[in-house]
Design a protein around this ligand. Structure first.
Ligand code: KG4
Ligand code: ZN
Length: 369
């Protein structure tokens, strides 16, 4: 770590438009100078999920003013680079953020760093915690559910992934069937509080399997069937929510436990960190259960503050900054910067899987998640 760096980050891959300014000083201390977010939840709520066209238009409408706010809040800073999410995500939204970043970089004569959104999540804990490499990461959001061995900045090995839906997607879809609104995760968690988790027996796929993969589509179908046939009262609904939350938690625990054992076999480190990131990490029952599993396996449990668990631009700025710092200098190549592509799919372990394709099960969504 040699120089102090300040980076503007831009995030627009799903239904949050976000801009942030993050600085890391020469001693390695990270400071989030500003982090502003515009959530589109209200615009999508009536459709029960994110509508890509509405999302892209909303990013266009808000990104300029958010950038102005983030820069004003950061105060008198000299920027060293611009980092923007270049994928994976909804392509319209990614293009809006990336194009804005290109224009900004060109106008200010700054290098542009295209960032993998998943890498933002992977490194988000380093915004606030002293997490060192290698560490084990559980990334659980609306679009992703994977376990990764994070070896260094830019070096990720995927230990497991979902073969169908992401955990957040299961929360959202089941909540929708139960009429709980969007986003479903927080609503389902609230409803589960007064429910009996033992009332309904739901499938718990892949438990005990030697790999670290996930599957939630069977649970989703079974829960929808129970919802249609057996949920008549508020108590029935709460009981189903509690049963669903427990089934999802059990699977996350079982798969994480398996990954912890694999990680320990691969890495000779004592008390490694187990980091959980992504929107589902906001769920208190899931957090508590993962904390216990971490302690049982000799891991230190780390969860970023909730505002950095869900989509934000501070994590994108940090990921860009970490790449910049790892490289030492950022050669100014305006042609390469302007040629950066928006990618709907961009697996985080791309470099490794090209040289050694370890993963066969990529699910119907392909390599996105
Ligand atoms: O990371 P995120 O903000 O966006 C991406 O998907 O990248 O995650 C959003 C997901 C949604 O599926 C939402 O329902 C879920 O995180 N979520 C929760 C909770 N809060 C958000 N799921 C369960 N319990 C929660 N408290
Ligand atoms: Zn995300």
């Amino acid at each position: 770590m040699t120089q102090s760096l300040t980076v503007l980050g831009i995030e627009s891959s799903c239904d949050e438009t976000a801009v942030a300014v993050v600085r890391r000083d020469a001693a390695g201390k990270v400071e989030v100078l500003s982090s502003v977010i515009h959530s589109q939840v209200v615009a999508h709520a009536q459709y029960g999920g994110v509508v890509p066209e509405i999302a892209a238009r909303s990013h266009v409408e808000t990104i300029d003013s958010l950038a102005v706010r983030a820069l004003l809040e950061a105060g008198d800073v000299t920027l060293d680079a611009v980092a923007a999410t270049a994928g994976p995500g909804l392509i319209g939204g990614v293009m809006v953020g990336l194009s804005f970043a290109k224009g900004f970089a060109l106008a200010r004569d700054l290098p542009l760093i295209p960032v993998n959104h998943l890498e933002g999540h992977a490194l988000s804990a380093r915004l606030t915690e002293d997490v060192s490499f290698p560490f084990l990461l559980l990334l659980v959001s609306g679009g992703h559910c994977q376990l990764l061995s994070v070896k260094d900045v830019g070096d990720y090995e995927r230990l497991g992934t979902t073969i169908d839906d992401a955990a957040g997607e299961a929360f959202d879809k089941i909540a929708k069937v139960l009429g709980l609104g969007y986003p479903g995760g927080p609503a389902l968690e609230a409803c589960a509080k007064t429910g009996d988790a033992t009332r309904f027996t739901l499938p718990r796929a892949l438990l005990g399997r030697k790999d670290c993969d996930f599957s939630f589509s069977g649970l989703k179908t079974a829960a929808a069937k129970v919802a249609h046939e057996e949920v008549k009262t508020e108590q029935d609904r709460a009981d189903l929510c509690a049963s669903v939350q427990t089934a999802i938690t059990r699977q996350l625990i079982d798969r994480s436990d398996r990954a912890m054992k694999a990680f320990i076999e691969q890495n000779s480190v004592t008390a490694p960190d187990f980091v959980v990131a992504g929107g589902v990490a906001a769920n208190a029952a899931i957090r508590n259960a993962l904390k216990e599993t971490s302690a049982k396996n000799g891991f230190t449990f780390v969860a970023p503050p909730l505002k950095y668990c869900t989509d934000n631009a501070a994590m994108i700025a940090l990921a860009g900054l970490e790449h910049y710092q790892k490289q030492g200098t950022m050669p100014r190549d305006v042609h390469a910067d302007m040629a950066a592509l928006a990618r709907p799919r961009w697996p985080l372990d791309e470099a490794r899987s090209k040289s050694a394709p370890i993963h066969k099960s990529q699910g119907r969504k392909g390599a996105k998640a």
